[in-house]
Design a protein around this ligand. Structure first.
Ligand SMILES: Cc1cc2nc3c(=O)[nH]c(=O)nc-3n(C[C@H](O)[C@H](O)[C@H](O)COP(=O)(O)OP(=O)(O)OC[C@H]3O[C@@H](n4cnc5c(N)ncnc54)[C@H](O)[C@@H]3O)c2cc1C
Length: 468
């Protein structure tokens, strides 16, 4: 009697164009799909209810989609290697299939799972799936990793792209009833409080609808011109779908390239953004120290004298800088934030309040539905001026000028800071007269940008001089 194989779902919660699942389905008459829930409880410095709620919804949708194929998602909780060993024994599976994950935690877990399979004498098949090009594939002429985006992206863009493979249609019979599965998780599994944010609809179907809307309703067409404007939908809003693998990167790439209605410059600009995602995966892969330390050795040990109360005003969107507060409140309300705002708020925390970028990094990770270790770390180090290809430390964005440039009518600000609704737009982009708040109850700007800019330059310059 042929033995089943196991497909271990990780950050690939879909049936369409799922590389490992596709190969598993071709290799055996029965596939046992499994997802292993993490078993931390209550407090996790790097995650919170928003992303976990989205995950719960994605698992529910995946389980339903598997049921329509006559299969059954097996849910377990705990350490992957322990649970997979149990399941491999219980099912007498002959092989394990999964898609690779590129962050240090995913990599370490894969190494343990590979070792487990070797010990059990079971074939272990790991595939490239969540990226168009793996970190080791895009290297300089001397086979070194890139440290700068532009040459990386040129190389990345020139490489032939893998094609999508369609939807897996048969997985064979469901696992026998004696193979136990946990019920679908809720936030109670992690003892987390309720998710109060208005997060995107989870699941493969919703993600496919978002992709269609992005390509078919003119958003992709206008992307090159509009993408920096935070009011309305100007970007794809697909980051959480890439984070959880609800869509395949190959399909996104192929469908954007094939669009006959979108402007070519917009398609090219969009695809370059996808390269940023893989650039940061590669940075984290080759330089895992960035999780703890500044990427650039010059800036390691830089002091960050900002205080806890300053950090709290930033985190709660009460800095008195309307554009900064709008971004921080969008994050709290939706678990997402427009990229331009991520840059503005991150620079404000690090350059105007002098708070450690690691505090902002973990705050974002706790709230973001699309929280992605590599992109978030890359974005924070870029904004702090300490990262790979970062904004040079002396190029400090002025939040007032960013505000008038990217939200001139104040539409975005007024959406997220409703108490400013009746304030004329031109007043939202400059400090109010001393002692005169923009409106009753709205705080005065907590700092003077020009003074803090000088202070920041002095801190960086002193550190640089001391390291010489
Ligand atoms: C401080 C900071 C923190 C960030 N944290 C995250 C994070 O945790 N997760 C995350 O996915 N992105 C992060 N980004 C990148 C970017 O802000 C989001 O990917 C983007 O806002 C998601 O919206 P979208 O899907 O509409 O993007 P689009 O503009 O439609 O871009 C398409 C896709 O390209 C990728 N992408 C775009 N810009 C970047 C970028 N600068 N770096 C890496 N990938 C990019 C994303 O996968 C995105 O979905 C961060 C940026 C900054 C400055």
């Amino acid at each position: 009697m042929p033995r089943p194989v196991i497909h271990w779902f990780r950050r690939d919660l879909r049936l369409t164009d799922n590389t490992a699942l596709h190969h598993a389905a071709q290799s055996a008459p029965q596939i046992i799909p499994v997802y292993i829930l993490s078993d931390w409880q209550q407090h996790h410095g790097w995650t919170g209810p928003n992303r976990q709620q989205f995950l719960c919804g994605c698992l529910e949708s995946l389980a339903k989609n598997l049921t329509t194929l006559g299969s059954r998602l097996i849910l377990r909780s705990g350490s992957a290697e322990v649970e997979l060993e149990r399941l491999l024994r219980e099912t007498d599976a002959e092989a394990l299939y999964f898609n690779r994950d590129y962050d240090p935690f995913g990599r370490a877990m894969e190494a343990r799972v590979q070792a487990l399979c070797t010990r059990l004498g079971i074939a272990c098949h790991a595939y490239q799936d969540s990226v168009l090009h793996e970190p080791g594939e895009v290297l300089t002429g001397s086979a070194q990793p890139y440290r700068v985006f532009t040459p990386y992206s040129k190389n990345w863009l020139n490489l032939p792209k893998p094609a999508p493979q369609g939807r897996t249609a048969t997985l064979g019979p469901a696992a026998a009833e004696k193979i136990k599965s946990l019920p679908l998780p809720t936030l109670a599994h992690w003892q987390l409080p309720a998710c109060t944010a208005d997060i995107p609809t989870p699941g493969e179907r919703a993600a496919r609808d978002r992709l269609k809307r992005f390509i078919d309703t003119g958003i992709l067409h206008g992307y090159a011109q509009q993408r920096n404007l935070p009011a309305g939908q100007t970007t794809s809003l697909l980051s959480q779908d890439l984070r959880f693998g609800l869509l395949s990167i190959r399909e996104i790439y192929q469908r954007c390239r094939a669009s006959t209605t979108a402007a070519q410059t917009s398609i090219d600009t969009y695809i370059k953004e996808l390269a940023w995602r893989e650039f940061y995966f590669a940075i984290l892969w080759h330089y895992p120290h960035v999780f703890q330390q500044e990427f650039a050795p010059d800036w390691q040990g830089l002091p960050w004298p900002g205080t806890e109360s300053e950090f709290q005003r930033w985190a709660t969107g009460t800095t008195g800088f309307p554009i900064v507060d709008a971004g921080m409140r969008q994050l709290l309300a939706t678990g997402l934030m427009h990229n331009r705002l991520r840059m503005i708020t991150a620079m404000f925390l690090t350059k105007d309040l002098h708070c450690d970028w690691r505090l902002g990094e973990s705050h974002f990770m706790r709230h973001l539905v699309d929280g992605e270790n590599a992109s978030n770390n890359g974005g924070w180090q870029w904004s702090a001026g300490t990262g790979a290809d970062a904004a040079p430390y002396f190029r400090i964005q002025n939040p007032w000028l960013q505000s008038v440039r990217f939200d001139p009518e104040g539409v975005y600000i007024k959406q997220w800071v409703p108490e400013l609704k009746s304030v004329p737009a031109e007043l939202l982009h400059k400090p109010p007269a001393p002692g005169l708040p923009l409106t009753k109850g709205y705080p005065l700007p907590m700092v003077d940008h020009h003074e803090e800019r000088d202070r920041c330059l002095a801190i960086f310059a002193k550190h640089k001089a001391e390291r010489r």
